[in-house]
Every structure is written in C-alpha cells, then in structure tokens.
Design a protein around this ligand. Structure first.
Ligand code: CU
Length: 297
C-alpha cells in the first residue's frame, strides 16, 4: 500500500515537472476596457514589455495615457496639482479667454515637477466607440496614472472618473519586444517613415527622437478617411483648447495609435488594415504639420 502511494507520488511529481518545464510561458495581454467613464484594468502590471489590448465599449471616443509619477508625488497630488489646472484653464476658455493667454496661465498653474520629473510613458491613441486597439510599451517599476481627457459636454473624462493609479511591479513580464514591419520616427515637427503597410495585421514601431520642451510630447493617432472626412476638421477636433475639440462624436473614426513618450523610447502598436484611405495625425498637428495620409491597396 505504502509502495503504491510512493509510486503515485513520483508519477505526480514527474508530471508536474513536465508541465512546468515543457510548456512555454505565455505572454500576458493586459486588457483595458474603457467605459463611459471609467477604466476596467488590473491595478498592477509587471515591468518590462506589456501588450495592452484597449477596447472602447463606451459611446464616446476614448484613449489612455500612462504618466509615471515622481517618487515624491502620490496619485492625489497628481490629481490636485497636475490634472485640475487643465480643468480650470479649460473653464476659463469656455468663459471666453483667448487660447494664448490660457496657455501661459496653465504654465504658471502647473507645478515644476510636472515639467521636470513627470514622464509620459505612452498609451493608446484615440479609439472610436466599439473599436479595439493594441499597444506595447516598455515600463519600469513605479506608480503610474492612467487617464483619458476626451470631453463630455465640455468636461474632461478625468473629472468623471477616467483617471486612476496603476502600479508597475518589479516582476518582469515574459512579453518580448515586438518586431515591426513599419517604423515611424517622431521629431518635433515631422513623421519620418520607413517600411510598407499592407492589408491584414501590421506592427508599427514608433521611435520618439525628440520631445518639445515644457510641452506635450509627440504622438500618433490613426484616422480612417472616407469621402466625407475633412482632415482639417479632424486636426481642429484634436486640439483640446478648442471648444469643440476632443468633444465626441469626432468627425472621423479613430483606430488607435500611440501616446507620447520621452525621447529615446519606442512604442509599438498593431493595426489590422482593410483596403482604404487613412491618416496618421498628431494631437498638435495643426501647429506642427504632423499629418501623413496613405492608402492601403
Ligand atoms: Cu475617455
């Protein structure tokens, strides 16, 4: 009886060893669901490469950006000192203040650490209702703030709850750096492009070569162009300082992209293309000329 038990025990150990050694470790996909108006996402993710699957199940456009907090700043301080000034400045624009004046005002209201220590570490470009996008980011451990500042009747989504902390742990993810078939290099004024896009799944690498001083970084949003799309209107819509800016519904369908990162970083995103016309557009495209139209044949 004892011998049979010992044999059974040995078989179990062998089987478990085979399972743990013989099965390759799977890459984890971090699911982020945007609803009107919250993010459903795990409160912790590993460090290293993370593949985020971003689904917009709301009625409005949404995105997410991950801001890495300085060690001395907690989520509440970020909310009060870095997020609220944007809401107050936008309220003054709604009350009739000129954009130029409010830009200067915002600079005086934001704390010094916002410009010198906070790091915008990427995220998904804007995604239309019902769309899913995928972005892969390399994150170091720390406390991040995930937020979306599209508007709802003149109020940023952050004010409704689309802002939350996420901890990136010291445990390293098994996800590998993606291989891209198309590369974009972002300077402060243009997109440099290498590679070909095709029908089906494409992996796009975005290399951040420059970051504007004391300002938002460079980013990429993918827009589908139809006969009724007016690209100038889309560019106007992307400017949060415009009254109609970032106020749903957008006049075109947004299909993802990537949010800004510091110079020297690379973000990857995946797009499944059908035939058609599209554009890469930056959130501040109007002042920089960062627009690139293309056709998938
Ligand atoms: Cu949103």
């Amino acid at each position: 009886m004892m011998k049979n038990f010992f044999c059974f025990f040995l078989i179990c150990i062998t089987f478990l060893t085979f399972i743990s050694c013989g099965t390759p470790q799977k890459e984890i996909i971090v699911k982020v669901v945007a609803k009107d108006f919250l993010f459903e996402v795990a409160s912790t993710v590993p460090s290293g490469w993370n593949r985020f699957q971003f689904t917009n199940s709301g009625h409005a456009e949404h995105f997410f950006i991950l801001n890495l907090l300085p060690d001395s700043i907690n989520f509440l301080r970020y909310r009060n000192e870095a997020s609220k000034p944007f809401e107050m400045v936008y309220d003054s624009i709604k009350a009739g203040a000129a954009k130029e004046e409010t830009g200067v005002l915002l600079g005086t209201m934001l704390p010094a650490w916002y410009f010198t220590e906070l790091k915008q570490m990427g995220g998904s470009g804007i995604v239309g209702a019902g769309q899913t996008a995928q972005v892969t980011l390399n994150l170091k451990p720390g406390i991040y703030v995930m937020e979306c500042y599209i508007k709802e009747k003149g109020v940023f989504h952050t004010a409704f709850g689309m802002i939350r902390p996420i901890t990136v742990t010291s445990e390293v993810s098994k996800t590998k750096e993606p291989k891209a078939n198309y590369e974009m290099t972002l300077t402060n004024f243009k997109y440099e492009i290498k590679g070909e896009l095709h029908v089906g799944v494409n992996t796009i690498a975005v290399h951040f070569n420059e970051h504007p001083q004391n300002a938002f970084g460079n980013d990429v949003h993918l827009v589908e162009l139809t006969d009724s799309t007016n690209l100038d209107e889309v560019i106007e819509w992307l400017d949060w300082m415009n009254i109609e800016g970032l106020e749903p519904p957008a006049s075109a369908t947004f299909l993802g992209g990537t949010q800004e990162m510091p110079a020297g970083y690379t973000s990857y995103f995946t797009v499944t293309f059908n035939r058609g016309d599209f554009a890469w557009v930056a959130e501040t495209a109007g002042s920089k000329g960062m627009v690139h139209t293309f056709t998938i044949k």
